[in-house]
Design a protein around this ligand. Sequence first.
Ligand code: 8YV
Length: 323
Amino acid sequence: MEKPRILVSRKLPAAVEAALARDFDVTPNAEDVPLDRAAFRAALMEYDGLLVTVTDALGAEVFAGLAPRCRILANYGVGFSHIDTGAAQGAGIVVTNTPDVLSDCTADLAMTLLMMAARRAGEGERELRAGRWSGWRPTHMIGTKVTGKTLGIIGFGRIGQAMARRAHFGFGMRVLVQNRSVVAAEVLAETGAVQVDSVETLLPECDFVSLHCPGGAENRHLIGEARLAMMKPSAILVNTARGEVVDEAALAAALKGGVIAGAGLDVFEKEPEIHPALLECDNAVLLPHLGSATRETREGMGMRAVENLRQFFAGEAPQDRIV
Ligand code: 8YV
């Protein structure tokens, strides 16, 4: 039997490309340049499956009017707001993602951003590298203590829960969570968290707020001018979820105007473009979407995507099917 034809949209870790090649007729992306809309439309007609990433804009227009050969989009990543899953489903295409394997590393990075913003690590490194450090002094670059403070977590899925464990058991933090559904009592007990009824209840209580909800239209600009104003002037906002969850223009204005004290961002509204006003904020720590960027996790994500493809083409239900 012929192997299914799979197009891989970006260069993947070598171990993942080797695993894919065992079971599939793979077309890799050796140049590692993102495909455009026309290339995706052509690929949908030529391949049995596509392995895609967050840099692939797969909106409804990509699927419009096609009767594709492609039957599965295996997304390399847990977030899938770059895919119009309804349009994919309408074209007869199954969509899968890669949960679990990236929860620890993404939560580690959220904690990294929280610590960097609290302790002004980005500012300090910039000062030192620029040759501007004049030496130790009692009042130099004073940050804020993390241990024992209150952390608010918006979105309490696997990554939010991993963040809560780190904050509560590692840093003795009080953890409040807001989630669209009721979180089971045993999950709250195991993560040291307390659920509150709304974002509005959570924000004024917290010294740090970390976003772990999905992106997409439903959460677009969940944090904007009005909700930033509900936070403490000393508070720090962390976003490792999706850029669109935060109104970047409003955030930059809040950081400049002292409405909140700092921010740590790993995701942006128009990646890889960064809002120019954010670049002017010394109290913002900005990272280039590194949440899952460890060797272990990137390989784990790849193996999980390969497993979804294998299951699908073996006629089984892929374990991480979204639609
Ligand atoms: C991935 C992410 O690297 O999994 C996600 O949702 O944001 C990242 O960790 C990215 O999505 C790769 O496609």
